[in-house]
Design a protein around this ligand. Sequence first.
Ligand code: NAD
Length: 295
Amino acid sequence: MANIAFIGLGNMGGPMAANLVKAGEKVTGFDLVEASRNQAKADGAGIADSAVSAVKGADVVITMLPAGKHVLSVWTEILPAITKGALIIDCSTIDVESAVQAHALASEHGVLSVDAPVSGGTGGAKGATLTFMCGGEAKAFAVAKPVLEKMGKNIVHCGGAGAGQAAKICNNMILGVSMIAVSEAFALAEKLGLSHQALFDVASTSSGQCWSLTTYCPVPGPVPTSPANNDYKPGFASALMVKDLTLAQDAAKAAGAATPLGKHAQEIYKAFDAAGHGGVDFSGIIQHVRELAGK
Ligand code: NAD
């Protein structure tokens, strides 16, 4: 049994920590929000009165926080209290630059580190079916893998420091662009008098086939489990898609990569968010696409 500290017990971190407890690990958690601490306690984790006291004596420390600035500030605070040779894993989605800085901080303190952002959303966090995209040294990944396997299904070592974050934002840029493309196709089909089911039956078995169509179809009917059948409740909120597309644009600018469709997708999701739909599932973008026709 490992001694695991878990900082950030929100929508994702809460159920992830609960799965570690279920797998028999000793988990000590901390979050700034009392309700999250109470939920983690009810799920069987020990609760510390600060992040620093949570990490004392831990073999593995996991952070699951909103953004790069939170990760850098928490890591700066806790690293001096972490046992030398222990492992720290950040599962948050953050910018590549902050991830690389966080690895450097850990190395200064003699602590192994992995960036391991996730795909799979709150459903994957609850069901322990997340995909972890990992960056860091092979030695650190080898220690992280058996821990991550208790919270997920696919654990992929993508490369060195920051490679997990790079994989995450590239994947989500594909997702944002493909969801808009699928939504545009359905909106056009509606105008042409083609039924949703007919387009689905053809495109899902033809060259238009993709995850946004076959698993997460933005119109109700063809895929009963997609959020379109549940009033576009997330799932994966549009505000988080804006966050990830913005991280992709920042990385593209810094690296000198051309991503014109990624940029356009960011603008489209930003407009949807600004119109008050940030809490709507990102497949709800089809509503925005339909409205564009009248403009
Ligand atoms: P959340 O806001 O529900 O949870 C973040 C938690 O961090 C909060 O409970 C907050 O109180 C806590 N926190 C912030 N600063 C802290 C500090 N200094 N010390 C201790 N706790 C602190 O967010 P979430 O939905 O759990 O997302 C977490 C990360 O996972 C984000 O980076 C997000 O982009 C990423 N992510 C989310 C989803 C999703 O579907 N929600 C999917 C994939 C990735």
